[in-house]
Write a protein that binds this ligand. Structure first.
Ligand code: CUO
Length: 686
């Protein structure tokens, strides 16, 4: 009789409590045991088995409960890894439940939730539990801090049911005097930040080997972040901004500032801002046991470039490991990040992670002011800061440097014999053909689980996010061969650069944003393929991103409720299409059919619950990445000789269609009472 939801995360709904063995209470609460029991009695009680021995938690307990926890700090991630190992080792569900109840009031709460989330996602006996959305558990990581004071007032005065949502203003972290503020709607999008948090939850860089060592994880680290950059750049071009500039010089002041306006409730601090023109320095913080110099970053960088140009890395045994066409990118992804799968951290260090650390401690590199890390120090908040993209553009450029060393795709690598894509179009009701419509929409998120005050009951925050009208692709394919399986690959890219000149292929290829990838059976002759935008292999539905929006929905009655944990990874549906512009931002939609026989992965599906609704950026659960091609195919490599434009790149199994993304500056209200099954809404007038 297990709970369907891990109620030991967050506060439960008030009428379920644990029958905690008195021995488990911390010293502070032991004398109050019976009083606490009386206060919370009534309702459902879940018995907790008292374990005869509790595993040694002393290492994870080294971090105080009121201290900030960052996965990018090795000392912290090692502690979390230990906690994960302990929870994973529990022999039964009851033992796990007992252990986690014991740990909950002892371990740093943010580390506890992180470790528990990883464990619930990976243990066979907990995978079907619903993990609450991270924004519900820790709303302070995702929205303007002023919301919480107002939520407190609303919930103290107004009864449940009559409460009005607390509106989060659009311009809470800056105004238009800051050039970068134009795309704060992207950087601060709750769904995007949830995706990033969830991706790193599914792909931790430290922890038990069987959790970390997932199929092509290093390559996916490269690809998922490359796609974030492609999307960010398209968003920038939509807003008349230049493409993001790599953070190449680590000695000069950084012109972008960021003032997050978030509370760090867990560490009882505000999140430190970074003023304009702050400069990186050597990091030496005893409290986090972290020290490295900017020179270390430079040394690791030089060694990585050296390895790429020589075609091999040196492993810890001093042997050369070749960076091959198929394996090189995966090796480099793990090496540059670095994950525990790095083949030599002594030599190549941890460039990406320590870049996060150097930036996140820029305001207090030696801890003289006792300040915590900034938003770059947490995967739940890092994407809010413009510097995230400059840092990741730098990291991506290293991967691109490698991609330039492997053979380009020749015509044969790109073709699908006897298959011709004749036409492609996109259409949506009430919108001109080959146009995509974007607008603002409001949605609500329930804060009550993440607030620390009574009375209970839902209090909603109302935020405004980008949205687009759902649309269909119609693809016409001529198959002059036998019946075969094809893989449809759909991408979109901007057509013109910052100067208004058409992109050359060598630049445009890095801006292609994946929209979808799926298999089709091609019959002989003419095939008409229709596909809905909401079925994208990149995105997860709105109700999965925000999952618990509707407290009243029947439990576990929908796909969204089934096996959410892994599925919680995925780009938010509302951000599938960039904002575009009021004139109609000009793009090129690209469709390719590749030969399914070459794309197939053996043993791709090992169980029926692979959670495949966002496999492009997140892979599959318990299964291999479902596409045998290099991630990003066919745009992941420099073009073959003679190809200067996209048109010259095309083979008959590809087609390009000009499309416009037209933005209208209006806001659509939330769909009342239907939050649990919310569809992307169509724009209303006015
Ligand atoms: Cu996702 Cu730098 O890896 O944040």
């Amino acid at each position: 009789d297990r709970p369907t939801e891990p109620i030991f995360i967050g506060k439960g709904d008030g009428n379920v409590s644990f029958d905690v063995p008195a021995e488990y209470l911390t010293d502070r609460y032991k004398p109050l045991a019976s009083d606490i029991q009386n206060r919370f009695s009534g309702g459902k009680t879940i018995p907790i088995t008292k374990l005869s021995t509790i595993p040694d938690l002393s290492f994870p307990l080294q971090l105080g409960r009121d201290k900030a926890f960052s996965l990018f700090i090795p000392y912290h991630s090692k502690m979390a890894a230990k906690l994960i190992e302990i929870f994973m080792a529990a022999k039964s569900f009851d033992e796990l439940l007992s252990l986690t109840v014991y740990a909950r009031d002892r371990v740093n709460p943010y580390m506890f939730i992180y470790a528990l989330s990883v464990v619930l996602t990976h243990r066979p006996d907990t995978r079907s539990l619903e993990l609450p959305s991270h924004v519900e558990m820790f709303p302070s990581l995702y929205m303007d801090a002023t919301v919480f004071g107002r939520a407190r007032e609303e919930s103290a005065v107004v009864q449940t049911g009559s409460r009005t949502p607390i509106e989060i203003p659009h311009d809470y972290s800056a105004n238009d005097l800051d050039f970068e503020h134009r795309i704060s709607y992207f950087r601060e999008d709750i769904g995007i930040n949830l995706h990033h948090w969830h991706w790193h939850l599914v792909y931790p860089f430290d922890g038990p080997m069987d959790i970390v060592n997932k199929d092509r994880r290093g390559e996916l680290f490269y690809y998922m972040h490359q796609q974030i950059l492609a999307r960010y750049n398209m968003e920038r071009l939509s807003n008349d901004m230049n493409r993001v500039v790599r953070l190449t010089n680590w000695r000069s002041p950084i012109v972008e500032g960021y003032f997050p306006k978030l509370d760090n409730i867990l560490a009882n601090r505000v999140w430190p801002p970074r003023p304009v023109n702050a400069t990186l320095s050597n990091i030496n913080r005893e409290v986090e046991q972290i020290s490295f110099d900017i020179e270390d970053l430079e040394r690791w960088r030089d060694r990585i470039f050296n390895a790429i140009h020589s075609g091999f890395i040196i492993n810890t045994a001093g042997q050369q490991v070749r960076l091959t066409e198929s394996e090189g990118i995966n090796i480099l992804g793990n090496l540059i990040e670095a994950s525990i799968l790095s083949l030599n951290q002594n030599l190549y260090g941890s460039l990406h992670n320590n870049g996060h650390n150097a930036i996140s401690f820029i305001h207090d590199p030696d801890n003289r002011f006792l300040e915590n890390y900034g938003v770059m120090g947490d995967s739940a908040t890092a994407m809010r800061d413009p510097i995230f993209y400059r840092w990741h553009a730098y990291i991506d450029d290293i991967f691109q440097e490698f991609k330039a060393t492997i053979p380009s795709y020749n015509v044969q690598n790109l073709s699908f014999e006897n298959v011709r894509v004749q036409s492609v179009e996109v259409s949506a009701t009430g919108i001109p053909r080959n146009e995509l419509a974007t607008f603002w929409q409001q949605s609500d998120v329930d804060l009550s689980r993440g607030l620390d005050f009574l009375p209970r009951g839902s209090v909603f925050a109302r935020f405004t996010h980008l949205q687009h009208a759902p649309f269909n692709y119609k693809i016409t394919v001529e198959n002059n061969g036998n019946q075969r399986i094809g893989t449809v690959r759909i991408f979109i890219a901007p057509r013109y650069d910052e100067r208004g000149l058409p992109f050359l292929f060598r630049e445009q290829r890095k801006l292609f944003v994946e929209l979808d990838r799926f298999s089709v059976t091609l019959t002989r002759g003419r095939n008409e393929i229709t596909r809905r935008s909401i079925d994208s292999s990149v995105t997860i539905p709105h109700e999965v991103t925000y999952r618990n929006l509707d407290r009243n929905r029947p439990a576990a009655n929908s796909d969204a409720a089934a096996a959410f944990n892994f599925c919680g990874c995925g780009w938010p549906q509302n951000m599938l299409i960039p904002k575009g512009s009021s004139e109609g931002f000009q793009c090129q939609l690209f469709v390719m059919l590749s030969n399914g026989a070459n794309d197939q992965v053996e043993n791709a599906q090992v169980d029926g619950q692979t959670c495949d609704n966002a496999s492009s950026y997140c892979g599959l659960r318990n299964a291999r990445y479902p596409d045998a091609r290099s991630m990003g195919y066919p745009f992941d490599r420099t073009p073959r000789d003679g190809v200067v434009t996209l048109q010259q790149f095309l083979t008959p199994n590809m087609a390009v269609q000009d499309v416009r993304i037209r933005f209208s500056n209006r806001t659509v209200a939330p769909l009342q009472n239907k939050v649990g099954s919310q569809q992307a809404a169509k724009p209303s007038s006015g």
